[in-house]
Design a protein. Structure first.
Length: 429
């Protein structure tokens, strides 16, 4: 099926998912990037991406300053600028609330925004991770109500789950195979052809939107369960005084062994998505045991890491109450400024409850975001003093160049959560 002429795409939400996608489409089409954050739009218009997903030179190559340009990316916070688009791709986050229940508020609000400018023949594509049924049962009714148009008669929908890996400069959006789907077979082909025109890794057209939604949510649930398994192994082997990393290295010599490593599972994907699937399963009367067990174990790892640090401090004769500890990293993963749902916060909270004074250093994290989200103070440079203990919580490349001996007091502790420092660390997860 040939794509229609003069495709004009609106990407709703210019975060870790939306901006790379908008940038990619802008190399071939006229793209309007919409975000409700005026400060985000202002920064992008200067050619800078504070998420560090797109380098300044690459971003500046596609930026245009007229929404009607034939090709390029125009960034805006005005709905009027997306009114002439015929494809609307929604890439807003899908978090959970304090009780780990899915929060679809960003999806509802973005659907309302699109509904205000929706026209006959338009296609709305969702990329946000959801449980099966959200697109057609939750989002489409909002589009119908706001626009006054009829679904699959006047407008259509598609779903193509994002597979962005924040901070990963090798597996960029165009290099990751894309699952696509549409609300009718014809629309499915249109959506697939649209993505296929820019995704060099190719696409996979799923039979239905619900299948595409389900495929996405189990991708991250599977990783969550596998990491929970090795986290449990780490707890067991620590009791046996066995090096978990060496066990995994030996086991990895078998051709079909899955090389997962223990660690803190946070972020807006793996640490959240299993709750979406669990919630939907419960609505159908099924209580998922393995999925929730994996989540509980991974959610407990922050406190476990803190307890291990304290035990090692006691063994070394370090006075815990009043000790000064340097926490290296506050983001949810290495080489990425994203602090959403970071489990380092759980470690910091537990250490503080032991009476330890924790100093957080992270050169990538936005201090204002950390303060607003967690009420914690983050330093963008290392304070000029020595510490009783250092915890490498996030393996930013910059941390691997540090001279830890210069930062530690005599008879102090270096704890490596990520297990990348080797023998120089006193212990690792």
């Amino acid at each position: 099926m040939k794509l229609e002429q003069k495709i004009k795409i609106a990407v709703i939400g210019l975060g870790y998912v939306g901006l790379p996608l908008a940038r990619l489409f802008a190399t071939k089409y006229s793209v309007v990037g919409f975000d409700v954050s005026e400060s985000r739009i202002t920064t992008l218009k200067t050619g800078t991406d504070t998420t560090l997903e797109i380098d300044d030179t690459t971003l500046q190559k596609v930026l245009v300053y007229d929404a009607n340009d034939e090709k390029g990316l125009y960034c805006t916070s005005s709905l009027d600028d997306i009114a002439n688009c015929n494809y609307f791709i929604i890439t807003v986050p899908t978090p959970v609330d304090k009780n780990n229940r899915p929060d679809l508020t960003p999806l509802y609000k973005s659907s309302e925004s699109v509904g205000k400018v929706l026209k006959k023949g338009d296609i709305v594509i969702y990329e946000s991770t959801v449980y099966p049924g959200v697109t057609e049962e939750q989002c489409v009714p909002v589009l119908e109500r706001i626009s006054g148009l009829k679904f699959n008669v006047d407008f259509f929908a598609g779903y193509s789950p994002e597979r962005i890996n924040p901070g990963d400069k090798e597996h960029t959006v165009e290099k990751i195979l894309k699952v696509t789907s549409g609300s009718t077979s014809e629309i499915g082909l249109k959506v697939d052809e649209l993505y296929k025109s820019v995704i060099t890794a190719g696409t996979y057209l799923a039979p239905t939107i619900k299948i595409a939604e389900a495929a996405k949510v189990i991708e991250n649930s599977q990783r969550d369960i596998n990491i929970a398994f090795v986290n449990e192994l780490a707890k067991i082997f620590n009791l046996m005084n066995i090096d978990t990393q060496e066990v995994l290295k030996a086991a990895s010599t078998k051709w079909n062994f899955l090389p997962f490593k223990p660690g803190l599972v946070g972020g807006h994907c793996i640490g959240v998505d299993p709750y979406y699937l669990a919630q939907r399963a419960q609505e159908f009367g099924y209580h998922p045991e393995i999925i929730l067990a994996g989540r509980r174990l991974n959610d407990s790892m922050g406190e476990y890491v803190a307890s291990q640090v304290v035990k090692l401090m006691i063994k070394k004769g370090i006075s815990v109450n009043g000790a000064e500890l340097l926490m290296l990293g506050i983001t949810f993963k290495e080489n990425c400024p994203d602090v959403r749902n970071t489990k380092i916060v759980d470690v910091v909270k537990a250490l503080t409850e032991y009476g330890i004074s924790v100093v957080i250093f992270d050169p990538l994290a936005n201090a204002n975001d950390v303060k607003k989200e967690y009420n914690l103070i983050t330093n963008n440079s290392i304070p000029n003093n020595k510490f009783d203990a250092i915890v490498l919580g996030v393996s930013h490349a910059e941390f691997l160049e540090l001279n830890f001996a210069e930062l530690l007091k005599p008879n102090s502790l270096l704890y490596d959560v990520k297990g990348i420092l080797g023998t120089i660390a006193d212990n690792r997860l």
